[in-house]
Design a protein around this ligand. Structure first.
Ligand code: NAI
Ligand code: MG
Length: 366
């Protein structure tokens, strides 16, 4: 049987709580589709840091190279470990170490789950630059703790980095019916980095005459996501801008318990990493009530990346069916079901969808 090797990093807080149930849904769908997933569990995260002084082992990137994909929950335990340590030394270390330069985040309202807006047609994808920009990590602090203290955080925009993310976004826009690309800029205030970003967008755009490119200042784009979400299709943004816009996107979807994120090395030199957009949610951690839908959506993106579109489709259809059904709702969606009950509902929908697809193919005269 075809087997994929998956590095499982549950991380902290609700990351640990959603990964088991989400994995159960994924394993069920894999079995239905005739392949299996062979997981190795890595205990990295804030507990590991407190015990060992590091977020992950020194040879972590070397060891995980052998895997087909990484499936991550969430990291962060702000009461015990500073967020810049937990995020930079694990998540960002993997993204940058494996040059996962695309962070793909669909923002789609599922039928049956009301978002906060009147508009029901929200179907965008954010292509976030994931390897440099504002999160490059350059800068420093000087005269720390004195009245003359200075802190710098330098954003880095390279021609290679900007060209490749824009080209990916244009390709994605070309593959979608509306063929529209919104580029998030701030060239009125950032006269070096964002003017460069805009120039490269126009240059690459010449290769894609069929795609309509519009540049929006990121603040106006944030407003547009709320006032005119139906006018947005593919969004391309720098690391920081994309980070902010996609939490807004999650809110538009009705809950941060829904959106998923794929950290991709499109050239497949390194494994890609799949995770929910949300963090470790300390406010609800330990209660068993976190919504596992984002983690399952991330699993669907992982299956797409591994070349298992049938499994990806069943996972997404199961999410849609539970959303449409309206019976099973975790607390973030206004209900009382817990993490396990939501995962059980997704498994049961997945089985039904698979059985129905077999009945259709059995009656297909071809
Ligand atoms: P968060 O995403 O953890 O939580 C924001 C709000 O959304 C909270 O009220 C939380 O209860 C709710 N929420 C999030 N996911 C949910 C789910 N699946 N089901 C139900 N409710 C959900 O963001 P926050 O509070 O800013 O960060 C908490 C920690 O997570 C910090 O340490 C932060 O650095 C880390 N973080 C890690 C990320 C990652 O590992 N990819 C991403 C974002 C934050
Ligand atoms: Mg974020």
């Amino acid at each position: 049987m075809k087997t994929y090797k998956i590095a499982l990093i549950p991380g902290d807080g609700i990351g640990q709580e959603v990964m088991g149930p989400a994995r159960g849904v994924l394993d069920e769908v894999a079995a239905l589709c005739g392949f299996q997933l062979d997981y190795e569990h890595f205990p990295w995260g804030c507990d590991y840091y407190l015990a060992n002084g590091r977020m992950m082992d020194a040879d972590a990137l070397e060891r995980m190279k052998a895997f087909d994909a990484l499936y991550l929950g969430a990291v962060g335990d702000p009461a015990r470990v500073p967020d810049h340590v937990s995020l930079r030394e694990l998540l960002i270390a993997i993204r940058q170490g494996y040059d996962q330069y695309i962070n793909l985040r669909p923002v789609r309202l599922l039928e049956g789950i009301p978002g906060p807006l009147r508009s029901a047609s929200i179907d965008m994808v954010c292509v976030r630059e994931n390897s440099e920009g504002e999160y490059a990590g350059l800068g420093g602090r000087f005269k720390k703790g004195t009245a003359d203290e200075v802190a710098t955080q330098t954003a880095v925009f390279t021609r290679k980095g900007v060209e490749r993310v824009l080209r990916y976004a244009f390709e994605l826009a070309r593959s979608r019916p509306r063929k529209q690309l919104a580029s998030a800029t701030k060239s009125n205030a950032c006269q070096h980095s964002m003017v460069f970003w805009d120039e490269v967008a126009l240059e690459i755009g010449k290769e894609y005459p069929d795609v309509k490119l519009t540049s929006y200042h990121v603040d106006a784009l944030a407003a547009r996501m709320i006032t005119h979400p139906h006018t947005l299709d593919v969004i391309v943004a720098s690391n920081l801008f994309g980070d902010i816009l996609t939490d807004l996107g999650g809110a538009l979807q009705g809950s941060l318990g829904l959106p998923a994120s794929a950290n991709l090395d499109p050239e497949k030199r390194f494994p890609s990493m799949f995770e929910p957009v949300h963090g470790s949610a300390p406010d609800i951690a330990g209660k068993g009530i976190a919504n596992p839908m984002a983690a399952v959506w991330a699993a669907s993106m992982m299956m797409d990346h591994l070349g298992e579109p049938a499994a990806a489709g069943i996972l997404l259809a199961a999410l849609e069916a539970v959303a449409r059904g309206g019976q099973v709702r975790t607390a973030d969606l206004g209900g009382t079901h817990n993490t396990t009950e939501m995962a059980d509902a997704l498994r049961s929908e997945a089985r039904k969808i698979h059985a129905a697809s077999r009945r259709v193919s059995a009656s297909d005269p071809r």
